[in-house]
Design a protein around this ligand. Structure first.
Ligand code: PMP
Length: 377
């Protein structure tokens, strides 16, 4: 069995997989109503949004982004996208599709926009919403969410965070930081196989939705359809708009329970430790990283650059032969120059050590000169 160390899907806990493999119940069965209701309560805790409205939809992280865009943006609305890579770009394209006028604040690949640049953009124009990719999985850059959120709020904009590669791994405090909507997908630090789009919308986001003048331009994602369903299950009553992904919701209930049992602060600290280990091992082997400064580097994944002369496809095939699956590059500007290691959710320090060992084996096989064992040490 290979060790899956890509930045999602990740390795999943056996109890979560057992819930997924249990006989499927009706979505109106009492035990499902209970599990769904509790999962919604637990989402508020994990997202740290006391008054938040959770949404659980069958779909991937892109649906969660689509859901945020479709429900919050109306034609002509102005949106500011803080661009830290490929997934920030996706948000810009998506918002434009719903008729928003999108402006981006850019940075060099591996960098992140300075707060002064964000401030200047907010002073030039009044925006209805600002989107932040908490961790852009294409660059492993973590955005300064509290810093940007404070600026956006002071200019009256809604703060929308793509937390697909962050929620339940990186520190994210919706209430404390003034985040109005955060979204993720099940297959990353939440720790459930792919298939659920997860959002928590704070009171200001729900008020903005209630004030809409035009219909939501996406039928499936429309909160008009889903809000009564989520409210019903939260009140432990069944309801229907589209059939929920019953087994995935049972698995989500288990995974969120595990996250809260571990403790959010402990979980954030464990992710910082996994990332310190991985980054130290990579540095000891003499490899650089995509994030341009140490403080820009996320804790849920590491993006090392290949040493000069190493062929990425050859390297990744050798890592795979050594039993570990890693991801190649994703950002179009540097796609062939780097690879990505996910370390989140159920990943352990042992998994990171095994990964560093496989990386050493592959580097040696590719003819890279280094002292064997230095990365693991
Ligand atoms: N945003 C970020 C930051 C992501 O990492 C991803 C997936 N890698 C997405 C959005 C899209 O999620 P999905 O692939 O589940 O649609």
């Amino acid at each position: 069995r290979s060790l899956l160390m890509i930045p999602g899907p990740i390795e999943f806990d056996p109890a979560v997989l057992a819930a997924l493999g249990a006989p499927t119940t009706s979505h109106l069965a009492p035990n499902f109503i209970d599990a769904f209701g509790q999962a919604l309560d637990r989402m508020r805790e994990v997202f740290q949004c006391r008054e938040g409205q959770p949404f659980v939809l069958a779909g991937s992280g892109t649906l969660a982004m689509d859901c945020a865009g479709a429900n919050l943006a109306e034609p002509g609305d102005k949106a500011l996208v803080i661009n830290t890579g490929y997934f920030s770009e996706r948000f810009a394209v998506l918002l434009a599709r719903y008729g928003a006028q999108v402006t981006q604040v850019d940075a060099a690949v591996g960098g992140r926009p300075a707060l002064e640049d964000v401030q200047a953009a907010l002073q030039r124009e009044r925006y209805k919403l600002v989107t932040i990719t908490h961790v852009d999985t294409s660059t492993a850059v973590i955005a300064d969410v509290p810093g940007i959120a404070a600026l956006a709020r002071s200019h009256g904009a809604l703060v929308v965070v793509d937390g697909v590669c962050s929620v339940a791994g990186e520190e994210l405090r919706m209430d404390e930081w003034g985040v109005d909507l955060a979204l993720t997908a099940s297959q990353k630090a939440i720790g459930v196989p792919p298939g659920l789009a997860l959002l928590v919308a704070g009171p200001r986001a729900m008020e903005a939705f209630a004030r809409r003048k035009t219909p939501v331009l996406n039928y499936y994602a429309d909160w008009t359809n889903w809000l009564p369903v989520m409210q019903a299950y939260a009140a432990r009553r069944p309801s229907y708009f589209g059939t929920p992904a019953v087994n995935l919701v049972f698995a989500l209930h288990v995974a969120l329970g595990q996250i809260l049992a571990e403790g959010l602060e402990e979980r954030f600290a464990r992710h910082r430790q996994l990332s310190r280990m991985c980054q130290a091992g990579i540095a000891a082997l003499g490899l650089g990283q995509v994030p341009l400064q140490a403080e820009f580097a996320a804790h849920t994944l590491t993006a090392p650059r290949y040493p000069v002369g190493i062929n990425g496809a050859d390297f990744l095939a050798r890592v795979s032969q050594a039993g570990v699956v890693l991801a190649g590059g994703l950002h179009p500007a540097i796609k062939t120059e780097y690879f990505r290691i996910g370390h989140m959710g159920a990943h352990t320090t042992g998994d990171v050590l095994a990964t560093l060992g496989a990386i050493e084996t592959a580097l040696a096989g590719c003819g890279y000169k280094f002292e064997p064992g230095t990365g693991v040490a």
